[in-house]
Design a protein around this ligand. Sequence first.
Ligand code: G3I
Length: 345
Amino acid sequence: PIPSLKELFKNDFLIGTAMDARQIRKEDAVADALIQQQFNAVTPENCMKAENIQPGWDTYDFDLADQLVAYAQKNNMKVNAHTLIWHSQLPAFLHKIQDADSVRMYFENHISTVAGRYDGKVYSWDVVNEALNDDGTLRKSVFLDKLGDNYIVEAFRLAQKAAPHTKLYYNDYNIEQPAKRAGAIAIIKKIQAAGVRIDGVGIQGHWKAGAVPLKDVEESIKTFGALGIEVLFTELDLTVLPNPWDHSTADVSATAQGNEKMNPYATGLPDTVQQTLAKSYEDLFKLFVKYKKQIGRITFWGVNDGQSWLNDWPISGRTNYPLLFDRSFKPKSAFYKVIATANGR
Ligand code: G3I
């Protein structure tokens, strides 16, 4: 068998993966074996999001979430539950609510019901997800709009009450960048100043192979760590594809499939790019190992390249290669570079 990430890093940090619905239902035996061999932490990719878990007002669907919790318990894995309060993937009924009182009622009921159900069963919650703009200001959302800018503190207060045995995290992307990082620091300090518990901050880690912002990541680990909370890397993947925003609209609007410019590796990843990806993962894990005292968990956003959301974002139908395992679950050179950072100590 291949080396095991969770074994090699067991004294450093948890090693996690996102699990999609098929994997939770154990529809893919190869994926299942690999998940059990490699990971000791799991995050539901979608099934605990608001639109899925409370699709109708006070109507809950806990089916997949319960299956995930049982799966993790059986296999000795920690569940990072994702996510309670997020501006996106909200149930349709919430978009129709206009008055602040009803939004508040939803907000309170959702947090206490969902976080309460899983207290003692999950390890941690992403209590609030992606509340910031890139400039560090609070993002427009139904919660900011109807509940005011104290809604994040309130979410943590409610989560703490409903889930006293569960770690509580703030999770966002790009918060390693200085301006957005300052916004995250302000959120964390505000929660702490209110006497409310926050246990960690999740840096999502959706970066680009060959362009990982290592200096900013290092600075962030130090700064967040100094606030007395854990640092987590929660959704790690490294795209190898061109960013449509760097290209002309003509390039982008052409269909992605068969479009050389937007989908250059439809038939396979050239060795040079494979090496670039591997080097980026190696650099990152060297940093993670260096700061293992501050870091609680590294989670990959998916098991293999074929299932990654990055094949379909921001344009769909592309062929991306952002993870450690290829489409047939074979470890890539990036996997072995990561393994080497554990062995090299
Ligand atoms: O399950 C339905 C299926 O029944 C339906 O036929 C199909 C048609 O579109 O949609 C399926 O649901 C999709 C779901 O993924 C499962 O594949 C949703 O449309 C799609 O919006 C959803 O995308 C997810 C996205 O978050 C939005 O929630 C991605 O899988 C997931 O990887 C992504 O994860 C987010 C994190 O939660 C937060 N940080 C960023 C990260 C990447 O966007």
